[in-house]
Write a protein that binds this ligand. Structure first.
Ligand code: SF4
Length: 234
């Protein structure tokens, strides 16, 4: 199977960036759009289904709560109401508290602008540390979700690929290395060889995350849309 054909099938069947699926446009580097994705990343970062996290983000959007100021003005009770309306019931109290802490720190330290946070970071590691330093609501998983879709938008956004993407990439026979940094380099090299027009590397990585999350991890080989391309299955 041609590598190019495999990559095209992956993107076509699994879809690209999670931010794009929510209608968030990150490519221009706009602070408002980056904040929307930050809010969505916090919701995706909990152990909760993608559907519930997406529905909850849409509740924030429907009510026009899409900036640090608006989150703070909404207050704890209002945030719990939005979270519950989106189905985020399991973590509603905890998440409302986390959102208030994170947004308060974002306002105080960076004037509410994540582009400022990026500008002040010395390097990729410092960028992750600054993000996680905003509060308990931003752990390594949330930071990774957020930053991986900002690759090629923020020059210092360079997180290592997460387990689900690595699992899918290995099953498809795309990578061989054990080290995460080398795996990232292997994926970048594939992308340079055969990137389909109109897609970004972050779309490729997101499609691998989807494949790993929805199929490989659950052993859904019988219904996997990439089964014909899978080396692990042969
Ligand atoms: S066929 Fe199975 S192992 Fe291969 S990519 Fe699909 S779910 Fe993963």
């Amino acid at each position: 199977m041609e590598e190019r054909e495999l990559i095209e099938a992956l993107l076509k069947r699994l879809g690209g960036r999670f931010s794009a699926a929510l209608g968030i446009e990150l490519d221009g580097g706009d602070s408002g759009e980056i904040f929307k994705w930050f809010l969505a990343s916090i919701l995706y970062g909990a152990r909760i289904s993608e559907t519930i996290a997406s529905n909850t983000y849409r509740e924030f959007e429907r009510r026009g709560v899409l900036s640090p100021e608006e989150v703070l003005e909404t207050g704890w009770d209002g945030l719990v109401e939005i979270l519950d309306a989106g189905g985020y019931v399991r973590y509603d109290f905890k998440t409302a508290t986390k959102l208030l802490e994170v947004m308060g720190n974002l306002q105080e330290r960076f004037g509410g602008d994540l582009n400022q946070l990026h500008a002040q970071a010395r390097d990729p590691q410092d960028l992750e540390a600054k993000l996680m330093g905003l509060g308990k609501g931003i752990g390594p998983t949330t930071a990774n979700i957020f930053l991986r879709e900002l690759r090629d938008v923020w020059e210092k956004a360079d997180p290592l690929p997460q387990d689900l993407a690595v699992m899918a990439a290995r099953n498809l026979g795309l990578v061989r290395a054990a080290d995460r940094r080398e795996i990232l380099a292997e994926l970048r090299a594939i992308w340079e060889r055969c990137a389909p027009a109109g897609w970004k590397f972050a779309d490729f990585e997101a499609s691998l995350v989807r494949l790993g999350k929805d199929y490989c991890r659950r052993r859904q080989c019988e219904v996997c849309p990439l089964a014909d391309h899978c080396r692990a299955r042969r």
